[in-house]
Ligand binder design. Sequence first.
Ligand code: FES
Ligand code: FES
Length: 214
Amino acid sequence: MDRLVEADMSRRDLLIASAASVAAGGTAAQAADALAPAGSTPGPPGAEVSLKVNGQDRTLTLDNRTTLLDALREHLQLTGAKKGCDHGQCGTCTVIVEGRRINSCLTLAVMHQGEEITTIEGLGKPGDLHPMQAAFVKHDGYQCGYCTPGQICSAVSVLEEIKAGIPSHVSDDLNARPKVTAEELRERMSGNICRCGAYSNIVDAITDVSGGRA
Ligand code: FES
Ligand code: FES
């Protein structure tokens, strides 16, 4: 019983301190630090991070451990990029950073100070779709849609990589300009898993945008 009362008191103390601190312009984390016993380790350090997201300058104060995916989803409410595995295995969190596709769950937001980030929201909007978004619609490149934002960001980057002459593991000649073939596209998109199995239609959509025949 005593322990219950004690637990309730400390929880209540924390809520009161949090409310007071936030009202005074502090954060809940600062309030928690203020209540920490003397000599204990302080809370995680925060950092101010400036990012250019979909053409807009955004500055956030974040726990240094915040992933780019969480910064986008939880702090900027850009929920297009999805959290699938959170371990770099599914590609559903793919965004484009400084022109290159990355798994945003595997990188910290603070590592991208001043960098330009494009999410699915920045590629196009309803009524003004990016050609890749329109092609996914045209070719039924999705079913549930959970993987689709990552697939589309990846697909846009894949065509840029091919255009830039970057070879893949299935390129026959590393010195020749790679072609848009089904094999190339499947290999280059292999980091983006689709549980619904829309792979064939995704290849059709990317091929369509490339103007090629796969
Ligand atoms: S959520 Fe990032 S790779 Fe799966
Ligand atoms: S469309 Fe459902 S996981 Fe890809």
